[in-house]
Design a protein. Structure first.
Length: 548
C-alpha cells in the first residue's frame, strides 16, 4: 500500500470537510431540528419488544429502545449500546457486561441490571407467550427448559452483580451471541408499567417508557404514532431528527399516495407496477437484505399433511416468472430456503455456495412434470379428488398479484382450484400464529447473519413455526448444530437440516430472496438499511437545497 505525506494545509482541509460532514453538510441542509414522516405498514399488532414478531414492529422498536448491544445506525453491524464493555470466560459460556454510567429511562429513572434481568425472564416465561421466547431464549442457560415449562423464569442463566454489571451464562458457546443481544426481543422494558397497566402499557406516551433515542409522544390506532427525541438517552447528541411520525397505512397504494402528496418522506411499500415511474422520479430505493418470501402450508390440516402434496404445489410455482416479470427483476428466484449472502458464523464460505439447489427456477418445464407426478403419487392424478383450498395474504396489490399468479399456475399445472382471501396485516399475523389458514403468504427477514435464523423457523418447538412442521430428526440436527463449535462442521449440520426440511419433507415453498425496496422523497438523506431489514432514521434529514 502506497503511503502519502499530508501537508498541514491538506490536513486542515480534511478536518474542515469532516466537520461539515458531521454537521450534515452545507448550511442549506436540514440536518438537525428536523421532523420526518414515515410509513412502514398498517397498525402493528404490538410494539411490546417481547411480543413483536414483525419487521415493521421491530423498526419502531429499534428507534425507541436499545439493548446491551445496538445496531450501528449506518446498517453496517453492531456495537455497544447500553453496555460499555464485556468479558468472556475461557470456555465461552459466561459473558459479563458492564452497563454505561448514568443511563436512564425516558422518564429519567436510572436503568439497572435488574431491568434487563426482569425483561429477559419475562421473554422466556411461558405465561408471556412471546413469539421469540424459544428462538432467543434458547441461548441462555435453562432458557429452552423455562419456555417448555420445566423450570421457573428465575432459573434463567443471568444474574446482576450490583446495579451495573450483568453476568450471562449460555447453554453452549454461540459465535453470534452479541448480535442476539441487539435484537428487539431482548430490549429492556419497565416492570412497573407492565404490572400496573397490562397490555395497555404500549398505547400511551406516559406508560410506554423507553430507553432508546426516541420516546412515544402519541399513538392513534389505525392512524399514526409520533415519537420524539428522548432527552435522557445517553447518545442523544448523535440523533438528528427531533421527531418521527409513523403513519399507519393499510396498503402500498395508500403509502404511495402519501409519498406523492408530500405527506410522507419515506414509504416501505409501493405497487410493483409503479417501480419504473419511481425510478424515473428518483424516488426508488433498493438495498440487499437477507430473507426469503415463501408459502407456509398448514401441515396440521389435510391435504397439506402429505409431503407429496407439498412437493407438487411447490414445484408447480414458476418462481422465475414471479421474480423476473411480476417483481421486474428486483428480487432473485429461490432455489432453496436459505438465500444468498448468508455465512455460518466463523465459516468463510457462503452457505448457499456449499448447498443443494432444491428448485431450478429456470427449468420450469421439468418442474411441472415432477409436480404432476408427485400429485398423482399423493392420490390426486390430474387433480382428481383434490379439495378446494384457500390462500391467505395481507392486503397489498403486490401480494395479490403473486397470489393470482400462483392460483393460475396451480390450475394450469395441477388442475386444482384455489381461492384467495386477503386480510389486514394484523389479522394475517394472528391467523398464521393460530393456524387459521391452509396456505399463507409468509416471509422471514434474518435476525442475524447465520443460516440458523432461517432454519430455526422449522424447529417443532419454535413459536414462529406456523406450519406445524415437526420432524424429530430435523430438531436433533438443529440442536446438534447449536452445540457445535467447529464452524465447518456446524455448517455441514445446517445443510443436512435444510436437506431434510426442504429436500425431503417440502415443508414450505420458497419463492424468492428479498431485497429491500422502498421509495422516498429524493431529498431524504441519512436513512440506512441493514442486511437484516431494518431501516434506521436516527441520522435522517431532508436536504432542502435539493430540488424536489
Amino acid at each position: 500500500m502506497q503511503i502519502k505525506k499530508i501537508t498541514a494545509l491538506q490536513l486542515a482541509c480534511i478536518l474542515l470537510a469532516a466537520t461539515l460532514a458531521s454537521c450534515g453538510g452545507n448550511s442549506g441542509t436540514e440536518a438537525s431540528g428536523s421532523s420526518l414522516i414515515v410509513s412502514l405498514a398498517s397498525t402493528p399488532e404490538t410494539i411490546d419488544p417481547a411480543l413483536n414478531s414483525s419487521v415493521d414492529g421491530a423498526n419502531y422498536l429499534i428507534h425507541m429502545f436499545e439493548g446491551i448491544m445496538r445496531y450501528k445506525w449506518d446498517g453496517s453491524g453492531i456495537e455497544y449500546g447500553q453496555a460499555e464493555s464485556h468479558t468472556v470466560s475461557d470456555d465461552g459460556l459466561v459473558l459479563t457486561f458492564t452497563l454505561r454510567s448514568g443511563i436512564k429511562w425516558s422518564d429519567g429513572r436510572a436503568i439497572t441490571a435488574e431491568d434487563f434481568l426482569y425483561s429477559w425472564r419475562r421473554l422466556v416465561d411461558p405465561a408471556t407467550a412471546a413469539p421469540y421466547a424459544y428462538d432467543m431464549g434458547q441461548y441462555f442457560k435453562n432458557g429452552a427448559a423455562i419456555t417448555d415449562g420445566l423450570l421457573s423464569p428465575e432459573e434463567l442463566g443471568v444474574r446482576a452483580i450490583g446495579e451495573s454489571v450483568i453476568e450471562i451464562t449460555l447453554e453452549g458457546p454461540c459465535p453470534y451471541f452479541l448480535e442476539i443481544l441487539a435484537y428487539p426481543a431482548l430490549y429492556p422494558v419497565r416492570r412497573d408499567m407492565i404490572e400496573e397497566h397490562g397490555h395497555r402499557w404500549v398505547r400511551r406516551g406516559d406508560t410506554y417508557i423507553t430507553n432508546g433515542p426516541f420516546k412515544m409522544e402519541s399513538f392513534r390506532l389505525d392512524d399514526r404514532m409520533v415519537s420524539v427525541k428522548n432527552e435522557h438517552y445517553w447518545d442523544i447528541e448523535s440523533v438528528v431528527p427531533d421527531s418521527i411520525t409513523w403513519l399507519f397505512l393499510r396498503n402500498s397504494i395508500a403509502q404511495l399516495g402519501a409519498l406523492r402528496s408530500g405527506e410522507a418522506s419515506y414509504i416501505a411499500n409501493f405497487p410493483p407496477e409503479e417501480r419504473n415511474a419511481l425510478e424515473t422520479a428518483g424516488m426508488h430505493r433498493n438495498a440487499p437484505i437477507l430473507g426469503t418470501y415463501y408459502l407456509s402450508y398448514n401441515q396440521l390440516k389435510e391435504p397439506f399433511d402429505k409431503l407429496l402434496v407439498r412437493k407438487a404445489l411447490t414445484l408447480a410455482i414458476d418462481s422465475a416468472f414471479i421474480a423476473d416479470v411480476l417483481r421486474q427483476g428486483s428480487v432473485t428466484p429461490a432455489s432453496a430456503f436459505v438465500g444468498d449472502g448468508f455465512f455460518t458464523s466463523g465459516h468463510d464460505t457462503e452457505f448457499r455456495s456449499e448447498g443443494r439447489q432444491f428448485i431450478d427456477p429456470y427449468n420450469y418445464g421439468q418442474a411441472r412434470i415432477e409436480a404432476q407426478r408427485a400429485l398423482a403419487e399423493a392420490g390426486y392424478p390430474d387433480g382428481a379428488g383434490f379439495p378446494h383450498i384457500e390462500y391467505l395474504h395481507n392486503e397489498d396489490s403486490g401480494h395479490a398479484m403473486i397470489a393470482e399468479a400462483i392460483q393460475q399456475m396451480w390450475k394450469d399445472v395441477l388442475n386444482i382450484h384455489m381461492e384467495i382471501h386477503s386480510a389486514e396485516w394484523s389479522v394475517v399475523l394472528v391467523d398464521r400464529h393460530e393456524g387459521n389458514f391452509q396456505v399463507a403468504r409468509n416471509s422471514w427477514i434474518a435476525d442475524f447473519n447465520d443460516p440458523a435464523t432461517m432454519l430455526g423457523l422449522f424447529v417443532s418447538s419454535s413459536v414462529n413455526n406456523e406450519s406445524g412442521y415437526a420432524n424429530p430428526d430435523y430438531d436433533a440436527l438443529m440442536a446438534q448444530s447449536m452445540g457445535e463449535t467447529d464452524p465447518a462442521e456446524r455448517s455441514r449440520l445446517l445443510h443436512l437440516a435444510e436437506d431434510l426440511m426442504l429436500g425431503q419433507d417440502w415443508a414450505c415453498a420458497p419463492i424468492y430472496y428479498y431485497s429491500s425496496e422502498s421509495a422516498a422523497d429524493p431529498r431524504l438523506r441519512g436513512a440506512a438499511t441493514s442486511l437484516v431489514g431494518y431501516t434506521f432514521f436516527h441520522k435522517a434529514y431532508l436536504n432542502i437545497t435539493t430540488p424536489y
